[in-house]
Design a protein around this ligand. Structure first.
Ligand SMILES: *[C@@H]1O[C@H](CO)[C@@H](O)[C@H](O)[C@H]1NC(C)=O
Ligand SMILES: *[C@@H]1O[C@H](CO)[C@@H](O)[C@H](O)[C@H]1NC(C)=O
Length: 424
């Protein structure tokens, strides 16, 4: 467990917790025993779901969960946080990840690989209208196909959509016009007939982002994202290739900023990657968080990255696979669901971590750890030994959602479970 001395206290005092039951009625115990940070506890609230991915609450406290390959399920939650009633709200096998509600909760949005759909939503009854509208189409259907959706808290007219690359190193995405490995913004106050085209319309909230699955707005409504970086990287210098993939590149926490304006900054993918372990890149002295290229050439090398690419604000262990991310109500921690690795021995991830944040003198939010730190997060919900993890021995965290009491729900797609984490 990684702990920064000063941040444990912050973590203990920020969320108003409530004691959890040791189990929820009619819910079998967790498939795999997990641990929690001091002061935290967990209870399993759902079992046997079909690949649960992102999830949200409506203002009436109903939980809406995308079950990949099935559709969208709705769950009634009691005061203990346990689920008492469940129904399939939308049957649509194409839905695979993204979900959000308009600010007035009268429109529900969900995504398939290619499209974003909308339904009318009645927050009083929790019912949806029959026929979905098409909000956005024209997204790629291969490679990374989760389309995370988010509406800025202060701008009810904007929908943010994340679109990953279509391969490990998707060469064409250095041009933002191909509209992959990108986060884009669309004005949903008026949607053109037949919906927006993802590629040709909307504006950018950053590109060169390989697969920015988690999106979260800070207390100033600035957008942050967590990025799944590349697999199987090697470094080739003077014709000698070195495998650097076990501990490189970093997974990333990126600052994407104000989505009301276009952000045309390039964050490095598919050329500039971020150093997690300088020990694997021996031809040069690197710092954690600095960017590097796989094959330095005179025209484009590590120094070019420093000049023209935006590095992450914070790095995470290579291959930990950050998916969902959410700030707590006070913006003092960004919680991140680490889905867990496949491209590394021993495995890593399979846990939920907290990244302590603080406001600077100018009021802006940032992680308390420096960009070169490898201790920028604290394990909150984690396996007894992550080096032994696989899809059949550990939870695979995906989506995160806070309830009104400040308790944190976590989906695990591989195990079909949902957990509730609380302090106290
Ligand atoms: C979205 O469109 C509406 C109506 O055309 C407009 O009033 C609003 O300013 C637009 N929002 C942004 C951020 O461009
Ligand atoms: C690569 O070759 C150049 C030119 O011969 C040399 O200056 C440099 O030190 C070499 N780099 C490494 C890592 O061997």
């Amino acid at each position: 467990m990684k702990i920064l001395g000063t941040t444990v206290v912050a973590l203990m005092t920020v969320t108003s917790g409530q004691a959890l039951l040791s189990s929820c009625p009619n819910i079998p115990s967790s498939l795999y025993p997990y641990k929690t940070a001091p002061g935290w506890s967990y209870v399993k609230v759902a079992d046997g779901l079909h690949s649960p991915r992102d999830l949200i609450f409506d203002s009436q406290g109903r939980l809406l969960i995308v079950e990949k390959g099935v559709g969208l399920s709705q769950h009634i939650v009691d005061a203990n946080g346990c689920i008492t009633n469940t129904r399939l709200l939308i049957e649509n096998a194409d839905l695979n990840h993204g979900i959000c509600l308009s600010t007035n909760e009268e429109t529900l949005y969900a995504s398939s690989p290619s499209s974003v759909f909308s339904w009318t939503y009645d927050p009083t009854t929790g019912n949806v209208g029959r026929n979905p509208g098409l909000v956005i189409s024209g997204m790629a259907t291969s490679g990374h196909t989760t389309r995370t959706l988010a509406i800025p808290p202060h701008r009810t007219d904007l929908l943010v959509v994340s679109h990953g690359s279509n391969s490990n190193v998707d060469e064409d995405t250095s041009n933002p016009k191909v509209a992959r490995a990108i986060v884009k913004v669309f004005n949903i106050s008026s949607i053109p007939m037949g919906g927006y085209n993802f590629v040709s319309q909307g504006w950018n909230a950053g590109f060169g982002l390989r697969n920015e699955v988690g999106l979260a707005f800070d207390g100033n409504n600035m957008l942050w994202g967590v990025e799944n970086s590349a697999d199987n990287l090697a470094r080739t210098v003077n014709g000698t290739m070195t495998d650097v993939h076990t501990d490189n590149p970093s997974e990333e926490l990126n600052f994407l900023g104000d989505v009301t304006l276009a952000n045309d900054d390039w964050y490095g993918y598919p050329v500039c990657f971020t150093v997690w372990s300088p020990d694997e890149l021996l031809d040069r002295v690197f710092k954690v968080g600095q960017q590097f290229v796989q094959i330095p050439i005179p025209d484009f090398n590590d120094d070019t990255c420093t000049q023209i690419s935006v590095p992450p604000t914070l790095s995470f262990q290579a291959h930990s696979a950050p998916l969902g991310c959410k700030f707590d109500a006070r913006f003092s921690d960004l919680f991140v669901a680490m889905h867990g690795s496949w491209d590394r021995q021993p495995p890593t991830g399979y846990k939920v971590v907290a990244v302590p944040f603080a406001q600077g003198p100018d009021g802006s939010y940032a992680p308390t750890a420096a960009s070169w730190s490898i201790r920028g997060s604290i394990d909150v919900f984690y396996p007894p030994d992550e080096t032994q993890c696989s899809s059949s021995t550990c939870i695979r965290p995906v989506g995160l959602a806070f309830d009104a009491a400040g308790r944190l729900y976590v989906t695990s797609d591989a195990s079909g479970e949902v957990f509730l984490l609380s302090q106290g």
